[in-house]
Ligand binder design. Structure first.
Ligand code: URP
Ligand code: ZN
Ligand code: ZN
Length: 457
């Protein structure tokens, strides 16, 4: 048989295996894996890693925050993602407080249509536990969005214990999963007030206003609620050793809960907030950057399987014109960092090359586990016949010094400026079509499709 496309002689890496083989692709699908495959077109992948397209389960494209929006839209953000080896992102629907959820979903789908260059799913944010809201959950699940985002902090979003419990119950009944931004709102409010009363308004005060204990307390609390309801819980952007240990303890009690961390917590530390000239604002995100010992625990958590995924939490704001709105006070700095493009490569250099995680765990955290947890597996996140031909060819020896110019994200800085990477994606293929070659986007149209995801298995 002659395949449409053959990727020849690469080292295939999945979440569980590493072996040298060819991949035969017909149309949009992996048709065969084996030796000596013949293709109308052949890509020589000898000396390279061949992995499933990365899946970023946590991004915020053109997200409204206060009176502004995150700087990447569906077009620029997904193009940058593709250049970084990502073939699927899962973003959010952010309904207004009384908006019908399905109407908000339709609006969000419209905003992506014709712009997204890679495939995408959507989590639904829930801002309250009104019966009217909860009754809409099954319809949202039926539309292919079985994961629901909750916040335990942020004005207008924070759910009380009782509301969070009601949401867990309703989502559980609909066979969905609850995502939680876990920071204790009372502690954050108290510490923020303390900072302001003491006249501490610089970016460094942002970290003090959101201490590690606020995350640990909220993680413990949310796990207690998940334990009572039995609903699967996914804790986003875990940044602390305490939060990781709380999740590990919950696993020992048999609770179904998952943990995500992010590249920024694995590679950067809170000393960035002390940079001169307000540069610390570039690192303001919630939760904030932490200490070296937190980082070490996060890496161990990923290696041991306490944490399952690495999401970018890509939420970029320009330094000039957005972050600098907070020169008077850290409370006015829009929180969030870019990271959609560099996640896979950062995790390879700082995780695999430094010996924190195996190459298979790298693929698992960046592709297979997000696919499994969010109802896309094995169509996405795996290299097997029948799966979508979402494939990344990754050169483990390619050296890159990260600068803003290397990246395609539409934001005026990168938090990773000057960092040396060893290993970078050299080709990204989405459903059989090459989108990126050698860091250059070559796609011709926005072929990204909305993915209706399956309920939690
Ligand atoms: O600071 C962050 N993480 N911004 C994005 C929104 C969120 O809380 O995930
Ligand atoms: Zn969050
Ligand atoms: Zn987020």
């Amino acid at each position: 048989m002659i395949f449409d496309l053959v990727i020849s002689g690469g080292k295939l890496v999945t979440a569980s295996t590493t072996y040298t083989s060819d991949i035969g692709i017909n149309g949009e699908t992996i048709a065969a894996i084996g030796e000596g495959l013949q293709g109308k077109e052949v890509i020589d992948a000898r000396g390279k890693l061949v992995i499933p397209g990365a899946i970023d389960p946590h991004v915020h494209l053109e997200m409204p925050v206060g009176d502004t929006f995150s700087a990447d839209d569906w077009a620029s953000g997904t193009l940058a993602a593709a250049c970084g080896g990502v073939t699927t992102v899962i973003d959010f629907v952010e309904p207004e407080p009384d908006e019908v959820l399905i109407a908000a979903l339709q609006k969000r789908l419209e905003s992506a249509k014709g712009k997204a260059v890679i495939d995408y799913g959507l989590h639904m944010t829930l801002r309250n536990d009104h019966p009217d809201t909860l009754n809409q959950i099954p319809a949202v699940v039926a539309e292919g969005c079985p994961s629901f985002k909750t916040y335990l902090t942020y004005e207008g979003f924070a759910l009380s214990d009782k509301a969070f419990l009601n949401v867990l119950e309703a989502v559980g009944k609909a066979r969905g999963m609850v995502l939680v931004h876990a920071e204790n709102d009372a502690i954050v409010s108290y510490c923020t007030r303390q900072m302001i009363e003491k006249g501490k308004t610089s970016p460094g005060a942002h970290a003090l206003a959101r201490p590690a204990i606020a995350e640990m307390a909220a993680i413990q609390n949310s796990l207690a609620h998940a334990e009572v309801t039995g609903t699967p819980l996914y804790i986003v952007h875990i940044s602390t050793a305490g939060g990781t240990s709380a999740l590990e303890a919950a696993h020992l009690r048999g609770i179904t809960a998952y943990g995500e961390t992010c590249p920024q917590y694995l590679t950067l530390t809170e000393d960035k907030y002390d940079l001169p000239n307000f540069e610390g604002a570039k690192y303001v995100c919630s939760p904030p950057l932490r200490q070296k010992n937190d980082q070490e625990t996060l890496w161990r958590g990923l290696a041991k399987g306490v944490l399952q995924t690495v999401g970018s939490d890509h939420c970029p704001f320009n330094f000039n014109g957005q972050k600098d709105k907070g020169r008077d006070s850290f409370v006015n700095i829009p929180p969030g960092l870019p990271g959609i493009e560099i996640r896979l490569a950062l995790l390879f250099t700082f995780g695999v090359k430094k010996g924190h995680i195996s190459i298979n765990r790298w693929v698992d955290c960046c592709a297979s586990s997000p696919a499994r947890l969010f109802g896309l597996y094995p169509r996405k996140g795996h290299l097997i016949p029948g799966a979508d031909a979402d494939i990344v060819i990754f050169d483990p020896d390619k050296e890159i010094v990260v600068t803003k110019a290397v990246l395609h994200e539409r934001v005026d800085y990168t938090p990773y400026e000057g960092i040396k990477l060893q290993g970078y994606p050299v080709m990204t293929i989405l459903r059989g079509k090459s989108l990126v070659i050698e860091n250059e986007y070559i796609g011709t149209a926005a072929h990204g499709q909305f993915l209706k995801r399956q309920v939690y298995q």
